[in-house]
Design a protein around this ligand. Structure first.
Ligand code: GDP
Length: 486
């Protein structure tokens, strides 16, 4: 019964303004064409240019992807270790590691880079990436098939010889190789691009025009990042015009790319849809609260206090009455509010539930509090654990109001998919003191890039504030050095 969904409202567009296309098998992926019905607001519209770019990219994946002659040729080239002057197709392999939020931000970043550089995107299927999602590209795969010649690629790391930063240091490309024939000789068949949190300055030269020119000549790139590097791509001069045309609203990059790429597989969609119908569908207002717990923290009364103060002060949830016998009796006609809490621990939702049971609300509204799971510890890679994490991120993205934890990629995914600018629970400067103010409205729904290149490439070697170069790249409220699109 879909009567409680938003299918009848005028905004309902199951293709999200052309972001998605018809033609996929409906049974193999229910979420793809159903998800829009679960969203109360349609979200932002993609630009016609982005839509056309996506269609062209799908054609590229079909022409060059696994199963094609071009792909076999490219693998042959990779095995030989030599590059050809102008390869028919170029590829980008994105390593999937760390938590699910990190992996999704990495995949979305890799996809945007692939769009900008006409590379086929192939996502490493590790850590259940092959089980949690449907294929995003019609008639092609986004997963790297087994048998990849670089058998060790998932272990590529800071000490890998073919790391791009290493190549820069060793001047592999020959900075003054102007003669085309020598240049071709010098181009390796693949490069490993390390944009992890521990990337060196040379690795981050990736974000410079000259380096992008070199990298264009490398047929295969393998990339590792645990970060949302998209704001960094906006700082590459050569990409700026294209990005501005694709995203006239720069604060919507993950919103659109996430909705385009990440469709829960049928198993995960079952978790989402059943939970939604049972606990959220009938509420007039839905509030999501994401409480990220690190390690084996003891239950923190300060954090609970922070959550209640934030939600009441900012009027996200109704205030509670102090007196034992409320003068207001519950109003059966008052609107109901459903709160979904996601956390590794259950104590925060238990306490919120208790508070709204033991006290009446000042508005007479009924507040119900729900938490789908409490897994206690992070177990990245375990499929049932990952499925729940994905379902919970998705459920958070279906709420009207979102409260998130600072610097959590889990929350970033939810806010971007939902198109919601969240309230950030600030980290207290001193872990035992309460955060004051407890929370604040984030500047945009975009994820924060924690470790941008803060130098003006090789020109000056001095620190530059990215916002002076590109005004829509601004500092993040939740991470000191981080930058984000606004
Ligand atoms: P981040 O570490 O907060 O940036 O987010 P990630 O998603 O990258 O990594 C955290 C991982 O811990 C998740 O992917 C889950 O595996 C687990 N986890 C953390 N918080 C929750 C939660 O609220 N619910 C569930 N089901 N898992 C969580």
């Amino acid at each position: 019964d879909h009567s409680l969904l938003h299918s009848s409202s005028s905004h309902h567009d199951r293709l999200y303004g052309g972001l998605l296309i018809e033609g996929f098998n409906v049974q193999s992926c229910h979420s793809r064409y159903q998800s829009a019905m679960y969203r109360r607001t349609a979200g932002r519209r993609p630009s016609p240019y982005l839509v056309s770019k996506l269609r062209r990219h799908e054609a590229l994946q079909r022409r060059c992807g696994p199963g094609t002659a071009a792909y076999s040729n490219a693998l042959e080239q990779l095995r030989s270790g030599k590059s050809v002057a102008s390869p028919e197709c170029s590829y980008l392999v994105s390593i999937s590691y760390r938590g699910l939020g990190n992996r999704l931000l990495a995949a979305a970043s890799a996809f945007l880079y692939a769009l900008l550089t006409d590379r086929v995107l192939l996502v490493d299927p590790s850590n259940a990436m092959d089980e949690l999602f449907c294929e995003p590209f019609l008639g092609a795969t986004w997963l790297l098939p087994p048998g990849f010649p670089l058998t060790n690629y998932t272990n590529f790391d800071i000490d890998t010889a073919e790391r791009y930063g290493n190549m820069v240091k060793n001047d592999v490309f020959g900075s003054d190789a102007t003669d085309a024939s020598t240049a071709v000789q010098q181009v390796p068949a693949f490069a490993y691009v390390h944009l992890n949190y521990d990337a060196t300055l040379e690795d981050k030269y990736f974000f410079c025009d000259d380096d992008q020119r070199q990298l264009r000549r490398v047929q295969w790139l393998v990339m590792r990042m645990d970060n949302y590097i998209v704001p960094g791509l906006f700082l590459v001069p050569a990409f700026q015009d294209e990005l501005d045309t694709m995203f006239p609203e720069p604060d919507t990059v993950f919103h659109h790319l996430g909705r385009y790429l990440f469709h829960p597989s049928n198993h995960v969609w079952g978790l989402v849809a059943r939970y939604y119908h049972t606990y959220l569908a009938s509420a007039k207002k839905r509030v999501g609260i994401q409480v990220r717990i690190y390690g084996a923290l003891p239950d923190s009364p300060a954090l609970l206090e922070q959550i209640t103060t934030c939600t009441q002060k900012e009027r996200l949830l109704p205030e509670i009455l102090a007196e034992r016998e409320p003068t207001i009796s519950p109003d059966p006609g008052a609107k109901s509010i459903a709160v979904i809490v996601t956390s590794l621990k259950s104590c925060y939702s238990d306490e919120l539930k208790r508070v709204y049971w033991e006290h009446a609300t000042a508005t007479g509204e009924a507040v119900s509090v729900h938490q789908p799971s409490h897994e206690e510890y992070q177990r990245s890679g375990a499929t049932s654990h990952e499925s729940k994490a994905w379902a919970e991120m998705y459920l958070l993205s279906l709420t009207d109001v979102l409260v998130t934890s600072s610097m959590s990629t889990f929350g970033y995914v939810a806010q971007g998919l939902g198109g919601v600018r969240p309230w950030l629970l600030y980290k207290p400067a001193n872990s035992s003191a309460p955060a004051d103010p407890p929370c604040g409205r984030d500047v945009s729904m975009e994820p924060c890039y924690f470790k941008p290149l803060s130098y003006d490439c090789r020109r000056q070697k001095q620190w530059v504030d990215p916002s002076t170069v590109v005004p829509h790249v601004q500092g993040c409220h939740d991470a000191g050095w981080g930058v984000k699109l606004v």
